[in-house]
Design a protein around this ligand. Sequence first.
Ligand SMILES: Nc1nc2c(ncn2[C@@H]2O[C@H](COP(=O)(O)OP(=O)(O)OP(=O)(O)O)[C@@H](O)[C@H]2O)c(=O)[nH]1
Ligand SMILES: [Mg+2]
Length: 390
Amino acid sequence: MPKTAYVRTKPHLNIGTMGHVDHGKTTLTAAITKVLSDRGSGTFVPFDRIDRAPEEAARGITINISHVEYETGTRHYAHVDMPGHADFIKNMVTGAAQLDGAILVVSALDGIMPQTSEHVLLAKQVGVRHIVVALNKADAGDPELTDLVELEVRELLGAHGYDGEHVPVVRVSGLRALEGDPRWTEAIDALLDAVDTYVPMPERYVDAPFLLSVENVLTITGRGTVVTGAVERGTVRVGDRVAVLGAETETTVTGLETFGKPMESAEAGDNVALLLRGLHRDQVRRGHVVAAPGSVTPRRRFTAELYVLSTEEGGRRTPLSTGYRPQFYIRTADVVGDLDLGERAVARPGETVTVSVELGRDVPLEAGLGFAIREGGRTVGAGTVRTVEE
Ligand SMILES: Nc1nc2c(ncn2[C@@H]2O[C@H](COP(=O)(O)OP(=O)(O)OP(=O)(O)O)[C@@H](O)[C@H]2O)c(=O)[nH]1
Ligand SMILES: [Mg+2]
């Protein structure tokens, strides 16, 4: 039976849940799909269809990012549920790199925890412009303590360059909403209203040359290799030639889908799967970029403004110096890079410095692109590309 084609009826946005481990992101994600499907809009995706890897079930945590789709009255959303556990920050960054807005989930019982702050920082760095807060587990929280948590979260967001004062903060209970308790299904509606109104439709550069940063690679038996991700700019159609940067090859797009629905063409913002002719699964990885041939030249050297996280922010205790080699997180890529501090001998935690960087491999770079640097499982710095060198 042929699959029904995707019909573009509403503006499409990419959002997702982020926040500390166990604060209820996956439960809330399932609850959103439940509330909407009860209203006849979209399909309910139960918890164990979101955390579906055996290790996720066994440990009771999210490891891989997963995508669900749903529609509100005015918009179509692709929603990525990100892991909170500190060991899986890599996956979180990959998810966040595709978002137009994020739902920061904070447990009203626990308040801000280390990955609450780390996720806010990383989201800011990879370009998430808008955040809405879900104070989850409000069914179990003391209202006065919850007020304090709200103040804390607003302050945290303000400290990271978000509009902490005006960010919508909605008290929800993913768990109770999943059970159908009307008080809490209404809270989900309020949360979705906040997302619909507070996260603006971003400008989509549909006329620019096509570019997609690869989030995941899959094999479809009998058909070939598929890459997934959100289209950063431009449009792509079945039959188009594309360059796969990282694999250093060109190929043709032979199929296009969004959430299992075929499409003739995809545009900036769409969350898609591209079937690529003749490409072997081993040739392409997360972090590679699929783009219009000749439209971008990957580079490895650039200058940047880098903020070295303070020790209190979870950063290093000791200064950085020239020769330091952390991992750079740029779009969905993570790649090692060498830091050169120039005249300066060192950069201390809490300082902002200008640095020269040489990455371990070429990646598409441009001025203004944000990145994070991590070392030994923790985020130690956040930066912005200033100039790209030949
Ligand atoms: N009381 C209460 N418990 C909740 C609520 N939401 C989630 N929980 C419980 O909190 C635990 C963690 O929920 P998850 O949804 O897996 O949390 P998560 O944020 O997705 O966790 P990671 O993805 O591993 O970071 C589970 O035991 C949930 O049942 C809620 O609204 N109220
Ligand atoms: Mg989860």
